[in-house]
Design a protein around this ligand. Structure first.
Ligand code: ARG
Length: 460
């Protein structure tokens, strides 16, 4: 076998087969093969324009690379395990299309260190753009359910204890806020990521009169990285993307956890359609919320992916070290898991039906307007701390008598405190309680409808 390795002449013997397998990144690199070709086309074009290679050589390189792109897309590209990575595979393949001499000029003014940094940034662009769309889809699905459930009331919980009444729409829009912030983090990541590291070479640039800005322009990137050493050693954009991914998976996991909980017989707040549940091989009665459980479970992996790269990076001296090849498995795992989890959850959302009657029943049993009664006393001049104590005793009385607050009347209230006014029992009404919370960010109907409109306008 001819020594096709990029380090050619320095070596006399072949690489040990076990080492070859151990150091190869080909399987992971398949994720960035198209980006590698795209980057090489821009580089070859620039080399021709700058007169570093002849116009005809550049044209043949580009044509050969286009052929390779077609092979990759058709799945016919002949990957060769002996060539270590995608960069060498593409260059060697180019030699079979356009000959050794022309293919051999492609790597002028470039190293694999700046090349792989570019490929990964282009990968981020493609993948994060799809993830942004998936985030929009889940936000829209949440808004759709919110619109159907403006008048569905349920207890809002703290400490998993019934707290105060809210609209289900308000609860669902809370998740919409989380995914909207996730989308902001994606955009923010791309803002810094989409610059070209090409021209940084192995670490100290190149003596050839390459045109870095032109390559960036050809690739639709916003500019070039400002420091050649940083450019080949930096993986911040991946860490940012994986942080956004981990945070967003935590949001998905919390939502999934509520769906699992609400699908229990104990809660019975939701039913999930058959298409998104599975049965048990042994227990015939089971209908399991596996999709939500798996999303919740996958969150662990995505957090692990972020931690894996942080730990890989933490003690790396400048500049490129082969350790950096370990950025790929966690990056691909994180972003593909995030995307799949967003997409399946967006699909599942319309398949969930909320049981308004069950939610309503939980409200009545839950003393969720106890705070209202205290606030009523406050409005009649009673200090809040005293009012809190009075209503606490009322609740204790109801619990002892197996009553709800709604079962009481004005004379009963007045036995606990003389300041209960004629309209005191109105304060026990959950709908009135919600409507009284008419402030920005609150659950009153008007505010929720405004929030839905604002969210829709943002996504339009
Ligand atoms: N597969 C390598 C990586 O992902 C490409 C860069 C190799 N550079 C080097 N100097 N060996 O990091």
């Amino acid at each position: 076998m001819s020594n096709a390795k990029p380090w050619g002449g320095r070596f006399e013997g072949p690489t040990d087969a076990v080492v070859e397998a151990f150091t190869s990144s080909i399987e992971d690199d398949k994720n960035i093969a198209l980006e590698d070709v795209e980057g090489s086309i821009a580089h070859a074009t620039m080399l021709g324009e700058a007169g570093i290679v002849s116009a005809s050589d550049a044209a043949q390189m580009v044509a050969g690379l286009e052929t390779i792109r077609g092979e990759l897309e058709a799945g016919t590209f002949p990957w060769d395990e002996t060539f270590e990575d995608v960069h060498m595979n593409v260059e060697r393949r180019l030699a079979t299309h356009v000959g050794e001499e022309i293919a051999g000029r492609l790597h002028t003014g470039r190293a694999r260190n700046d090349q792989v940094a570019l490929d990964s940034r282009l990968y981020l662009r493609r993948t994060l753009t799809a993830i942004e769309a998936a985030l929009v889809a889940i936000e829209k699905a949440l808004i759709d359910q919110a619109k159907k459930n403006v008048d569905t009331l349920l207890p809002g919980y703290t400490h998993m204890q019934r707290g105060q009444p809210v609209r289900l729409a308000h609860h669902l829009l809370a998740y919409r806020e989380m995914f909207a912030r996730d989308r902001g983090r994606v955009r923010d990541t791309l803002k810094r990521a989409l610059v070209s590291p090409l021209g940084s070479g192995a670490l100290a640039g190149t003596p050839h009169p390459i045109r870095r800005e032109r390559v960036a322009e050809l690739l639709g990137l916003a500019g070039v990285t400002p420091n050649s050493m940083d450019a080949v050693a930096d993986r911040d954009a991946f860490l940012e993307a994986m942080s956004a991914s981990a945070i967003s998976m935590v949001h998905l996991s919390r939502f999934s956890e509520e769906i699992v909980l609400w699908a229990t017989a104990e809660f019975s707040f939701v039913k999930i359609s058959d298409a998104f549940t599975t049965g048990s091989s042994m227990m015939p009665q089971k209908k399991n919320p596996d999709v939500a459980e798996l999303v919740r479970g996958k969150c662990g992996r995505v957090i692990g992916d972020l931690v894996a790269l942080l730990v890989t990076m933490k003690a790396l001296p400048m500049t490129y070290n082969r350790d950096l090849q370990e950025d790929k498995p966690p990056l691909y795992s994180s972003l593909s898991t995030w995307r799949a989890s967003l997409e399946v959850t967006a699909r599942m959302l319309p398949a969930i039906t909320f049981d308004a009657a069950r939610m309503r029943a939980a409200l009545v049993e839950g003393f969720v307007t106890a705070t209202e009664l205290a606030d009523h006393l406050v409005q009649n001049g009673v200090p809040f701390r005293e009012a809190h104590g009075v209503v606490g005793r009322i609740v204790a009385h109801c619990v002892a008598e197996s009553k709800t607050l709604e079962d009481l009347d004005l004379p009963a209230l007045r036995t606990f405190h003389p300041s209960f006014a004629d309209d005191a029992m109105e304060w026990v009404d959950v709908e009135v309680a919600i409507e009284r919370r008419d402030l920005p960010g609150g659950p009153a109907k008007k505010r929720v409808l405004e929030a839905i409109a604002a969210a829709e306008a943002e996504l339009a």
